[in-house]
Design a protein around this ligand. Structure first.
Ligand SMILES: Cc1ncc(COP(=O)(O)O)c(C=O)c1O
Length: 307
């Protein structure tokens, strides 16, 4: 008999660990890592957080199909395909750009989980649901639930907010700073919207953008936020771009701490944090939490990067 569809076991609350690194001890900084990357190997990091309340809406709306968007190595497509597979829901991925013939492991995983992929040109992709092509694809499916790129919508923000409740139970000392990487910015917006004023929130953009900070504040429903600082200088050339320096940093950090990172998001954010510590940005004895947003599967894109 086939098992009933249902979510697999998830590691929740996600563990909070102390990050041991000689540089941090030398600088008198305490760094904790909220290991959302350990929530589930296929639905890791901020993905489960973003899905949680969307899944409730999907159930309530009796949707038969989830349609969503992403790039060729998208963590979001990967996690959506896995989640829908476990729940017995049909999943459709609208993929940015042409299909390449060189066997992409992320998209292969999505297909193996039953996701149907539609590839569309980048100029159409940019238009999102305003694109006629996208509208035609959506019309192919009955009762669809449309999940935006990155799973970033108001429900996602409520899911991210649960991190605060977990942290309150896991840590006794005041958290001076919390930081994470930004793509669409919804994870940061969730932290900002529902977080305590006394913790300063730091965001590190993984892409070149000069309007993401405003978008994050808008998503959080706040015009100006005193406890929010956004850094845009640690994108290493742009989204999913990297440099030997970044890869060397990730490698060394992983060797010393045993904590793996992806090069698209977390590697850039932690690199940025270390730079700030080096410049004595933080007061002595600061307590900082890194929200590890997962995305390790994205490292499969590394060999495919254009040289
Ligand atoms: C692993 C990982 N970290 C961080 C982010 C950035 O999250 P957000 O799009 O909510 O800013 C993403 C993208 O969603 C991601 O896949």
């Amino acid at each position: 008999m086939l098992p009933e569809p249902g979510m697999p076991d998830l590691v929740l609350p996600s563990p909070l660990m102390r990050c041991n690194h000689p540089f941090l001890s030398e600088k008198n900084i305490t760094l904790f890592v909220k290991r959302d990357d350990l929530i589930h190997p296929e639905i890791s990091g901020n993905k489960y957080r973003k899905f949680k309340f969307n899944l409730e809406k999907i159930k309530l709306s009796n949707a038969e199909t989830v349609i969503t968007f992403g790039g060729a190595f998208s963590n979001h497509l990967h996690a959506t395909a896995a989640t829908c597979h476990y729940l017995g829901i049909k999943s459709i991925g609208i993929v940015r750009g042409e299909e390449t013939s060189s066997g992409n492991p992320t998209l292969q995983f999505c297909r193996d989980k039953g996701m149907i992929l539609h590839f569309i040109p980048r100029n159409e992709y940019r238009l999102k649901t305003d694109s006629e092509l996208v509208k035609d694809i959506i019309n192919l499916y009955s009762h669809p639930y449309i999940l935006p790129e990155g799973g970033s919508n108001p429900e996602a923000l409520s899911g991210v907010a649960e991190i605060w409740n977990e942290l309150t139970l896991q840590i006794n000392e005041p958290v001076d700073y919390i930081f994470c990487a930004a793509g669409t910015g919804a994870t940061l917006a969730g932290l900002l919207k529902h977080g305590p004023q006394k913790t300063h929130i730091l965001g590190f953009s993984s892409l070149k953008s000069n309007h993401l900070k405003d978008e994050i504040q808008n998503m959080a429903g706040k015009k100006t936020i005193n406890n929010f600082t956004f850094f845009e200088d640690y994108h290493f050339g742009g989204y999913a771009k990297t440099t030997p320096e970044l890869l060397e940093f990730i490698h060394s950090f992983e060797n010393i701490t045993g904590i793996p990172m992806d090069y698209v998001y977390n590697g850039k954010a932690v690199y940025g944090l270390f730079e700030l510590i080096r410049k004595n940005y933080f007061p002595d004895k600061s307590v900082i939490v890194w929200l590890h947003t997962g995305g390790l599967q994205g490292n499969q894109g590394l060999p495919y990067l254009k040289k």
